[in-house]
Design a binder for this molecule. Structure first.
Ligand SMILES: Nc1ncnc2c1ncn2[C@@H]1O[C@H](COP(=O)(O)OP(=O)(O)OP(=O)(O)O)[C@@H](O)[C@H]1O
Ligand SMILES: Nc1ncnc2c1ncn2[C@@H]1O[C@H](COP(=O)(O)OP(=O)(O)OP(=O)(O)O)[C@@H](O)[C@H]1O
Ligand SMILES: [Mg+2]
Ligand SMILES: [Mg+2]
Lengths: 253, 253
């Protein structure tokens, strides 16, 4: 069975999709066959790759038309990396999509179709602790909590950690916190330093890897590419995702 | 009846709470009796003010214990500004909170309790187009769409605009787009300039006011204060919220 990792945060805009999009190819580069799954109704994985909102079929099509996952899986330029996009979803139907993903057993069946061909399944989710994040935590073995290194994001971290413990005790005894990944870190700024000190001194599971704030992410999303494909000189931030992939591979064993 | 404004975005972390927290006192300073309501299950208004997660009663207590809104309304230092917080909510109960807020007629009854004493009700919401944002759009007359000035956020703007039109046509004919507010604008950076050009050339309703990216927001949230109370020299960003409040007052008339 593949290792299933939920990329999660209560707070919005902390870098979940950016981490998922750049960690997936880094895991594939280490030889782990990786599937990147988008459960966010906004379809941010496809949007990050500058695909049209209805260009790729995906999870929504599997749920609505009973398609097989392999019929909608998107192969990428990176050997060993495939994407299961959100798929075709009218934004007025988000509540139905939430109900579909959250229905008992559905997500487990969808992800199980990836078990044979992949070693790791990385699942991007919408922010918050609503129906979809809860369904993902119930169906996966690992939770990667993303925390922006600033005060407001840190104030809600105990909420997500409490829910992970609750789901582990109540629904999915196999769920473990893979780690807390600090993002948008600005060690030259006092408020960011203070946030890091709070993380390091107050919480277990803070990863060694951190992702710094950098304009390269805005440029990459403007170009619709993961960092590895932005071209030109390799951005130093790419090494951060390689280090993160290495740390995660060690934790999964 | 008070003007009810939903602060909304499909994308997470674009500045909804920061705008709500700083626009509310700016509207009050213009003499509009203003109530700031927090419908986000993470309770970000209270967290931004560095209140403990269970310190303030609020919407959750009104729903669960049938308390009156005036019993939990928090008066602030700013004359004419009151806060209706999220209230006491266990993070494992977010889905029940969503169902409670989204139940037909509930939100309208809660907000109606503010009509007598307030001119404007400003409603902060979680990101996305799920149960709570949809309930808020159905119960309010105005939608203020927050858009971070960068590519990824702009790619999902058509989703929120489509839903506003749908709700107006289907559930709440009184709903109007108050405007699109660009946030975290960095006019010295090419990707941000490109985003602004896309907004100005492609969408109706883009406000004149913009909110620049600035470290003062990280510092303010670290201190747990709206900008107006950070102390010392008045930050220039404060004028942006005064200008925004002026523009909105003109649009409401
Ligand atoms: N390390 C970083 N430095 C600078 N900008 C970043 C960084 N990581 C992400 N960003 C930018 O911040 C924004 C938010 O990132 P992203 O969309 O990945 O967050 P998210 O948690 O997935 O958001 P959502 O709540 O909408 O799902 C994007 O514009 C992205 O380009
Ligand atoms: N103009 C700005 N410049 C710099 N940082 C900002 C600005 N506006 C907001 N921020 C910071 O960005 C982060 C996200 O802002 P905020 O929490 O207001 O967004 P949101 O849309 O309410 O997020 P959520 O999706 O979690 O509800 C916060 O850390 C805030 O301090
Ligand atoms: Mg995302
Ligand atoms: Mg918010």
């Amino acid at each position: 069975m593949a290792d299933r990792i939920v990329v999660t945060s209560q707070k919005g805009g902390v870098g979940k999709t950016t981490v998922a999009l750049n960690l997936a190819p880094a895991l594939a580069r280490r030889g782990m066959r990786t599937a990147l799954v988008d459960l966010d109704p906004q379809g941010a994985i496809a949007l990050s790759l500058a695909k049209g909102d209805t260009e790729w079929r995906g999870v929504a099509d599997v749920l609505v038309q009973q398609l097989a996952v392999r019929d909608v899986l998107v192969r990428t330029k990176e050997p060993g990396l495939a994407i299961l996009p959100r798929g075709r979803l009218d934004p007025t139907d988000v509540r139905e999509f939430e109900r579909g993903v959250a229905e008992a057993g559905v997500l487990d069946r969808v992800l199980a179709e990836l078990d044979r061909d992949f070693d790791v399944v990385l699942v991007d989710t919408p922010s918050g602790l609503g129906a979809i994040p809860r369904a993902a935590l119930a169906a996966c073995g690992w939770a990667l909590a993303i925390e922006k290194a600033e005060a407001l994001s840190l104030r809600s971290i105990s909420q997500i950690l409490r829910v992970i413990e609750h789901v582990k005790g109540d629904e999915n005894p196999g769920l473990e916190l893979l780690g807390i990944l600090p993002t948008m870190v600005e060690l030259s700024k006092e408020f960011s330093q203070a946030a890091m000190v709070t993380l390091w001194s107050g919480f277990a599971g803070v990863l060694d890897a951190t992702i710094p704030r950098s304009d390269v992410f805005g440029r990459a999303s403007h170009l619709g590419l993961p960092l590895a494909y932005v071209g030109g000189k390799v951005p130093p931030e790419l090494r951060r995702f390689d280090a993160l992939a290495g740390e995660i591979e060690g934790l999964l064993r």
